[in-house]
Ligand binder design. Structure first.
Ligand SMILES: [Zn+2]
Length: 311
């Protein structure tokens, strides 16, 4: 069974120029004629399709059944993971968030992300108090540089989870090669990663106050952001698409943003990973609309799932 991630680039087997085609230059007509951009693996085109909640899954490319990427292909799951780990290890002077177990297996240390999250909240508070005086601004930027790599590692591995070829085997494989450790115990990936089929579960955990660590929330921001110029901290927020059809209840994530630069990293109607600690609004009485909030203070907390400019 091939272990691949969804792709946005391909080569055509009958193209003498061996050009790399972008997803929007391809269609279902190219099926049978596509191979991986980086190796000879046969891949196929999956056209865009709407979800029940009104959001759209954009077109992508995936391995054909029983086909694998070459062992050094970047679209192989092992190599995609290794890239995230290598990026994280390349940052000097910070405590490593990945522990290497073997060539393919790593531990992701949630306790470090918990600490980074707390530091980030402290920084945000300090920023408001100090009203961004120049000296404090420099300190802020230095601290932000130390915190950001941890969030980039977390959004990175969560993003791989969301672009796996949609097969149970691949999920199990990712859970095997990246184990998440929290307070000396291995936690389930399901406790870290929530896509839009599990907002209801997340909501219930929040009602029962069970979430004590950052999670990765897959969301699709809807329409334009709202601005609250008088808010002391979260001046911008984005409503996201709800979970598709759940017992007449609408579970709706909302991203609260304190840092204006984050707006540039969010493309409405596209799927994103947000890493942070979710929270419920004060009033949870509405029988239908159930909001789940998540705060973003650093641009490193957000990553678009499929970004053709960065892949
Ligand atoms: Zn390949």
């Amino acid at each position: 069974m091939g272990k691949g991630i969804r792709m946005l680039f391909a080569r055509k087997k009958d193209d003498p120029n061996d050009k790399v085609y972008k997803i929007y230059e391809l269609s279902t007509k190219d099926r049978g004629n596509l191979r991986c951009e980086h190796c000879v693996a046969n891949i196929t085109y999956v056209p865009e399709y709407p979800k029940k909640n009104g959001s759209v899954i954009s077109a992508y490319l995936r391995l054909l059944p029983k086909i694998s990427h070459s062992h050094d292909c970047p679209n192989d799951v092992d190599n995609a993971v290794r890239r995230i780990v290598a990026k994280s290890e390349a940052v000097e002077d910070i405590e490593p968030i990945f522990d290497r177990l073997s060539k393919h297996e790593h531990i992701f240390r949630m306790n470090i992300l918990v600490k980074a999250h707390q530091n980030m909240l402290d920084l945000s508070q300090a920023k408001i108090k100090n009203n961004q005086g120049n000296q404090h601004r420099t300190e802020y930027i230095q601290s932000e540089h130390k915190i950001a790599p941890y969030f980039r590692s977390a959004t990175g591995i969560a993003r791989i989870r969301s672009i796996l070829d949609n097969e149970e085997d691949n999920r199990k494989y990712l859970e095997k090669i990246i184990k998440i450790e929290h307070d000396s115990k291995i936690m389930k990936w399901n406790e870290f990663y929530y896509d839009d089929s599990r907002y209801n579960e997340l909501y219930q955990l929040l009602i029962n106050k069970k979430i004590k660590h950052p999670i990765a929330l897959e969301v699709t921001p809807k329409g334009q952001f709202k601005e609250s110029p008088n808010a002391s901290l979260y001046k911008w927020n984005f409503q996201c698409y709800k979970q598709p059809d759940t017992e007449n209840k609408a579970y709706i994530p909302r991203i609260y943003i304190s840092n204006k630069d984050t707006l540039k990293k969010i493309t409405p109607e596209k799927s994103h990973i947000v890493v942070g600690i979710p929270w419920l609004p004060k009033n949870t009485d509405n029988p239908i609309f159930k909001n789940i909030n998540i705060s973003v203070h650093s641009t490193s907390q957000v990553e678009m799932v499929f970004d053709i400019h960065n892949d």
